[in-house]
Design a protein around this ligand. Structure first.
Ligand SMILES: C[S@@+](CC[C@H](N)C(=O)[O-])C[C@H]1O[C@@H](n2cnc3c(N)ncnc32)[C@H](O)[C@@H]1O
Length: 272
């Protein structure tokens, strides 16, 4: 059956009226298409409106971050304070924020310490924020101990031999606020901690190698006050892998909670 006959049967129209049916159908088809196009256009407009709303929302969020000193280098009142001094912005701004929390929580009574001081750059920042506490500075002031480096090499924790001999006690003390409150513990840690009767509010552990790192965790964590903090440097250092090992081993017998931060070498912040 031809299309003309089918349509004539459906619409029961005479031959001479057939063109009216075609016109009607054509109008219907045309109308239908227009509606579809209109629907598509409306959908596109709605999508564009949603997109604009999202862009405005994201812009506002970005602006509120910026006014809150958002900075990919780390939080800071003065955004580039440490970066411009060629220092690790994330490490130092984390230190600043943590020490602020300690002050807010009145965790101020107790000694502070750094194990692995080298030239005193990080120690000088700790001392700047905590200018009055007794400050223990542990270092050989003669670089790594051979037994420690040997142990790390044998256990595949480290291959590098860094030379940290270029320092003196005077150089370190000259950088620290109120140096008269400092107690230099020169020699091999943990031997240099023997006989010490102290409680600590803040300790930075940064000797790079497994043995002094685990010894420092074992020594200082029990002596840390509630509300105090330990910073363990180099947790994510690709060439000093003994630090991560030391922390994981320490955790097997101590229920500690910690946060790894994304500074250079990866500090772990342990709170008590
Ligand atoms: C990476 S440097 C410390 C850098 C310093 N914390 C800073 O950020 O400015 C490591 C130091 O740990 C010291 N050290 C390593 N093992 C030690 C040990 N068993 N006893 C004492 N000092 C040690 C080294 O002499 C070296 O000065």
């Amino acid at each position: 059956m031809k299309l003309k006959q089918i349509l004539q049967n459906i619409f029961s129209v005479k031959n001479q009226d057939f063109h009216k049916v075609i016109t009607f159908l054509g109008f219907k088809i045309k109308f239908k298409n227009t509606t579809k196009i209109e629907q598509n256009i409306n959908q596109l407009i709605q999508k564009e409106q949603l997109l604009n709303q999202k862009i405005t929302q994201l812009t506002n969020e970005k602006e509120s971050f910026m006014t809150w000193n958002y900075n990919p280098l780390g939080w800071c009142d003065d955004k580039l304070k440490y970066a411009l001094q060629d220092m690790d912005n994330v490490r130092l701004t984390t230190l600043e924020l943590v020490l602020r929390e300690m002050k807010r929580n009145n965790v101020t009574d107790g000694a502070i310490a750094e194990i692995g001081v080298f030239q005193g750059d990080f120690a000088s920042k700790i001392g700047e924020f905590l200018p009055d506490n007794k400050f223990y500075l542990f270092d050989t002031f003669d670089g790594f101990n051979n037994q420690d480096t040997q142990f790390d090499k044998e256990n595949n924790y480290s291959e590098i031999d860094n030379d940290f001999t270029n320092t003196t006690e005077e150089m370190v003390l000259s950088k620290i606020t109120n140096p008269q409150r400092c107690i230099i513990k020169k020699g091999y840690f943990p031997d240099t901690a023997a006989g010490l009767e102290e409680k600590f509010i803040f300790v930075s552990i940064d000797p790079d190698l497994y043995k002094p790192a685990i010894a420092a965790l074992e020594y200082f964590y029990p002596r840390l006050v509630e509300g105090g903090y330990i910073f363990l440097h180099d947790f994510n250092h690709s060439q000093y892998r003994g630090i991560k090992k030391a922390l994981y081993e320490f955790m097997e017998s101590n229920k500690i909670k910690y946060i790894p931060i994304p500074d250079i070498s990866g500090t772990v912040v342990i709170a008590k």
